[in-house]
Each structure stands twice: as structure tokens, then as C-alpha cells.
Ligand binder design. Structure first.
Ligand SMILES: Cc1cc2nc3c(=O)[nH]c(=O)nc-3n(C[C@H](O)[C@H](O)[C@H](O)COP(=O)(O)O)c2cc1C
Length: 349
């Protein structure tokens, strides 16, 4: 049955919570408490809040954690312009690297006159050692889909694409399932929530070219051409996929959108510093005591991450350098450990 109202979501939520409690009561313990790393005081869970909590293969379990409330709110109580304004106000910047304000991009695309516009989720994550996007795609795929649908509504797109690297088979499988389940409940397809808004999503797999994570190469790849970047302008928001206005956002950018619309921009702005709002996931690798996935407010220092979250350098060795941001990042020496992890500060060093 298609969902139409917040009351429908509430009914599903109540049933799902009962089902989850039964599932957990009968589940064999997979990890000892002592094996699970407790979060350090500097860490927060916003993007990763549902990861490990919900069953990512069951849309009802996503709804149990207030999934699709933001979409329902956006489509039934907000105009596309109000959605853009809320995202602009939140200060959400693209998490794919360049940090361009998401709302600004959507505003450009909204201003373009075209019957065909496209919304693309960049799930190519090619940086060696990075698996932040992978974790979100595998453990909370609907948060990404919900962000895409809301974004599409804001600038008038009716078709979306998730471009996911084929090296992420679990992410591909779960995203495919998420799309099917979202379609079955009427969050994708025609006349979403009875509002007359149409939007659907297709999944496309990348074949392992690092460069296809770059937005113009990615679009060429979706079009079936060799994945080569082209000069900009024109920017995708003006002439993108098949020459039509197109927005490309990173997985994590999109996973933030539902939280912003559901809780409001002010809520989102409590995390981060003046120009860098919200949280960010990072993967830690190398000679630190604790490696793995973390989520922190933007703007905390590199030193706090290395010493307070990662537990310092292994085997009492001396700090040499930290390499940030994949192949396009740099090596940061010890005297710059106070550098805040935000777009401006890391760019400057
Ligand atoms: C060589 C290259 C590789 C890139 N790879 C990725 C990637 O894997 N994932 C990603 O989200 N952005 C990647 N980007 C950035 C994208 O071109 C684009 O800026 C981003 O997807 C926009 O989304 P955002 O505004 O939400 O950050 C890459 C850029 C370059 C130049």
C-alpha cells in the first residue's frame, strides 16, 4: 500500500519497532560488549546514527527510525523553494571534496527551464582506504535515496541515478533492494505521496575507474561513453547528463538532507564551526592505535583525531605525518596538528 500521510508512517513505525524488539530478543550475540569500541567524547553520530541499528534490507525498519518523515514533510508541507532555503540556511556543503554549498547548486538547477532534469548520487568513492560512503550505502541506503528524492523535488528533476562502484557488491545489492522497496511504498514512481510529484531512480555501476568519480567523467560514463572529464563551464547544473540540467551530490551530502528537513537547519548548525556546519565521517588507517570509521563535528583538529579518537601512534612511535583526503590531499607534518578539519583550513595547508 502506498504511504500517503505522516499517520501512515506512524503506523508502520509502531509495527516495525515491535518486530525489531522480537528480532533482537531472538538474535544470537555476534559481538562481545568488550569487543565493541565505545565512542570517544569527541565523536557524534548523525550520518551514521542508523548504521548497525536498523536492518538495511527492510524499509520498515528505516521508517521505525523516522525514515521518510522528511520526504513527507517536504512534499506535503513545503514548496521546492522552501526546501532549497532550508538547505541553504543549514550551510550544508558538498562532502565529495570541493565543499560547494548544496542549496546553491540546487538553486542554479531550479532556475533552469527544462522538462528533463537529473539528480545523480555520486557513490563512486575511489580514494584508496576510504569506506565512509560504503558504510552509509550498505547500512542506511534509504537515507541516501530520501535525500535524492527531496533534492529532485527542490529543483524539478524526475529521474535520478545512483552511480555506485561495482567493487561495492553489498552496497549495490542493498541500494537495489532499497529502490524496489521505496517504489513499492510509493516513495518513488508516479504521484509520490499523492502530491503529483514524479521521481524514479536507476542504479548504474562504475567499472573501477578512479576518474569516473569526477562529475563530468561520471556523466559521460552513464551516457555510455568513455569516462573522461570535460572542461567546465558549462556546469552540470546548466548542461549535464544528455545536455540537461543535472545535480551531482556525494552520498554523505545526500544522507544529511533528511535530517536537515526533518529537524530543521538550526538543529544541523549546532555541529561544526562558523563556515563548516554539520559532521563528517572519516576513515582512519595507518600506524594509529585504533583504525576505522569515525564521525566528528567539522572543525575539530587533526591532533584531536589522532590522539583522542585514534588513541595516538602505535608502539609509542613518533608522529611523522598525516595524509588526508586521498590522492588529491597532502601530507601534514606535526607542527600543523592543530589544523581544524574543515574545508578552508585543510585547503590552506
Ligand atoms: C579525480 C576526481 C575524483 C573524484 N571522485 C569522487 C568520488 O569518488 N566521490 C565523490 O563524491 N566525489 C568525487 N569527486 C568530486 C566530484 O567531481 C563532485 O565534485 C562531487 O561528487 C559533488 O558532490 P558534492 O557537491 O555533494 O560534494 C572527484 C573529483 C575528481 C576531480
Amino acid at each position: 500500500m502506498p504511504v500517503q500521510t505522516l499517520d501512515d508512517l506512524k503506523t508502520i513505525k509502531e509495527q516495525s519497532l515491535v518486530k525489531r524488539a522480537a528480532r533482537l530478543a531472538n538474535a544470537p550475540a555476534t559481538k562481545q560488549e568488550s569487543e565493541i569500541r565505545p565512542p570517544t567524547p569527541k565523536e557524534v553520530r548523525v550520518i551514521l546514527a542508523r548504521c548497525g541499528v536498523i536492518d538495511p534490507e527492510d524499509i520498515n525498519d528505516y521508517i521505525a527510525e523516522d525514515g521518510y518523515v522528511a520526504l513527507t514533510k517536504a512534499l506535503t508541507a513545503m514548496t521546492p523553494r522552501q526546501v532549497i532555503d532550508e538547505v541553504l540556511k543549514s550551510g550544508l556543503r558538498g562532502r565529495g571534496g570541493a565543499g560547494f554549498p548544496a542549496g546553491k547548486k540546487w538553486e542554479f538547477a531550479a532556475g533552469q527551464k527544462s522538462d528533463d532534469k537529473y539528480m545523480i548520487c555520486n557513490a563512486d568513492e575511489g580514494d584508496p582506504g576510504a569506506f565512509m560512503n560504503r558504510s552509509v550505502l550498505e547500512n542506511d541506503p534509504h537515507s541516501v535515496l530520501e535525500g535524492m528524492i527531496i533534492a529532485g523535488y527542490s529543483f524539478g528533476a524526475h529521474q535520478g541515478y545512483v552511480y555506485c562502484r561495482a567493487e561495492y557488491p553489498i552496497a549495490v545489492k542493498r541500494m537495489r533492494l532499497a529502490i524496489e522497496q521505496a517504489r513499492a511504498l510509493g516513495f518513488l514512481g508516479k504521484n509520490i505521496l499523492g502530491t503529483g510529484f514524479n521521481f524514479d531512480v536507476e542504479l548504474r555501476m562504475g567499472a573501477g575507474a578512479f576518474v569516473c568519480g569526477e562529475e563530468t567523467a561520471l556523466m559521460a560514463s552513464i551516457e555510455g561513453k568513455r569516462g573522461e572529464p570535460r572542461p567546465r563551464p558549462p556546469f552540470p547544473a546548466v548542461a549535464g547528463l544528455w545536455g540537461k540540467p543535472t545535480i551531482i551530490n556525494n552520498v554523505e551530502t545526500l544522507a544529511n538532507v533528511g535530517n536537515i528537513i526533518r529537524n530543521g537547519a538550526e538543529w544541523f548548525m549546532q555541529f561544526g564551526n562558523e563556515k563548516n556546519k554539520g559532521t563528517k565521517t572519516f576513515t582512519l588507517a595507518g600506524d594509529v592505535v585504533r583504525t576505522g570509521l569515525i564521525e566528528v563535528p567539522l572543525g575539530i583538529s587533526l591532533g584531536e583525531v589522532v590522539y583522542e579518537i585514534a588513541g595516538g601512534i602505535k608502539d609509542g612511535k613518533k608522529f611523522k605525518a598525516i595524509q588526508t583526503g586521498g590522492p588529491m590531499g597532502g601530507c601534514i607534518p606535526e607542527h600543523l596538528l592543530e589544523t581544524p578539519m574543515d574545508y578552508e583550513s585543510l585547503g590552506a595547508v
